[in-house]
Design a protein around this ligand. Structure first.
Ligand SMILES: Cc1cc2nc3c(=O)[nH]c(=O)nc-3n(C[C@H](O)[C@H](O)[C@H](O)COP(=O)(O)OP(=O)(O)OC[C@H]3O[C@@H](n4cnc5c(N)ncnc54)[C@H](O)[C@@H]3O)c2cc1C
Length: 309
């Protein structure tokens, strides 16, 4: 049995989160192949690596090339990390090969898959009874990152054999050095309780800076929908049902009430720390640690304490 792992890239590097798909693949087979665009560095993790050399990473073209590898290599499992980019490729691929697609898998235990359903309110444990090709996406950070292999995998270079049905008119890069929410070890999220855009950025960014300095971990800025709707920050920072799903080691919910749609995007975080002046705020029901009080007092104090002051 063979598995093919799709390695997602960002700014000419393999995204850390996509490496964990290797660890997931080991549940099914040791015959693990890889597929990536442009980079050869992923050969450290697989026996054979297909490298598609392409300037534009069109999801339909990538899916088409993956489908050819599946056919040639008789692949049974195709594994992704469920990011927005990979989900697009998974959808195209499912259409092309008529496979079975499941996204956002969080665990695999004793031949059962586990994922959250109904806006993360319950866990579903399920089996797959499907003989055809299985296209599976794991939730970012649900599985650990693998060690590099001692051998270097064989590299097979490909050129796109079809052109995309999408035509790009213009690409405008965003000026950002911020850590992507789904990659972060710590997410510091703020809600309406911060009162203003100025306060949101000042208090949270100071806390983020000190957390980065003291922990050396990846720390990202998150937001509730109320904050995004108010225009304090753009939608790429929104956590929740209509934003991103995150599962960091630590999630700070600061001035966030804990509406069900927000919880849908963060309740699988390892440790949740909530700060809210209302001791009945729903966020405290799922928080591991709670601080009841005014964010304007607590956050500067916390930042100062972490600085060692
Ligand atoms: C279809 C749909 C999809 C949605 N998708 C999302 C989504 O993806 N993400 C999302 O976040 N929401 C989503 N929502 C909106 C969601 O229902 C809530 O309205 C939203 O999450 C509320 O944001 P909030 O917690 O910042 O604001 P509020 O609910 O207004 O909460 C503010 C909190 O701050 C506290 N507070 C106020 N002042 C202070 C202070 N000085 N110090 C400490 N605490 C203070 C208050 O006690 C309160 O608990 C969605 C809604 C719908 C209908």
């Amino acid at each position: 049995m063979k598995a093919l792992v799709y390695f997602e890239t960002l700014n000419n590097e393999i995204r850390d989160v996509s490496l964990s798909a290797i660890e997931f693949a080991k549940n099914f087979t040791n015959e693990i192949y890889g597929f990536i665009t442009n980079l050869e560095s992923a050969k450290k993790y697989v026996k054979k690596l297909y490298v598609l050399e392409t300037e534009n990473e069109f999801p339909d073209v990538i899916a088409h090339e993956i489908s050819k590898v599946i056919e040639n290599e008789k692949i049974e499992y195709v594994l992704f990390v469920s990011t927005n980019k990979s989900k697009e490729i998974m959808s195209y691929l499912t259409g092309i090969i008529n496979g079975l697609m499941i996204e956002d898998i969080e665990a695999y235990e004793s031949n059962y898959f586990i994922k959250s359903i109904y806006s993360n309110k319950v866990y579903a444990q399920f089996k797959i009874n499907y003989e055809g090709i299985k296209i599976l996406g794991i939730k970012p950070k649900s599985f650990k990152t693998p060690n590099e292999l001692e051998i270097e995998g064989e590299v097979i270079k490909l050129k796109p054999s079809k052109s995309s049905s999408i035509e790009i008119i213009e690409i405008r890069p965003k000026e950002t050095k911020e850590v992507d929410l789904t990659e972060a070890d710590i997410v510091v999220s703020g809600g309406r309780g911060l009162g203003s855009a100025e306060n949101y950025h000042k208090l949270l960014r100071e806390l983020i800076d000190v957390l980065k300095e003291k922990t050396n971990l990846k720390v990202a800025l998150g937001a509730s929908q109320a904050v995004v709707d108010a225009g304090w920050i753009d939608h790429s920072h929104q956590v929740g049902q209509t934003g991103k799903t995150v599962s960091p080691l630590i999630y700070f919910a600061i001035g966030i009430s804990g509406a069900i749609q927000h919880l849908a995007g963060m309740r699988t975080s390892k440790y949740i720390i909530a700060i809210n002046k209302d001791n009945e705020a729903p966020i405290f029901k799922i928080a591991d640690y709670g601080l009841v009080g005014d964010v304007n007092t607590i956050i500067p104090e916390l930042t100062q304490k972490l600085k060692g002051g």
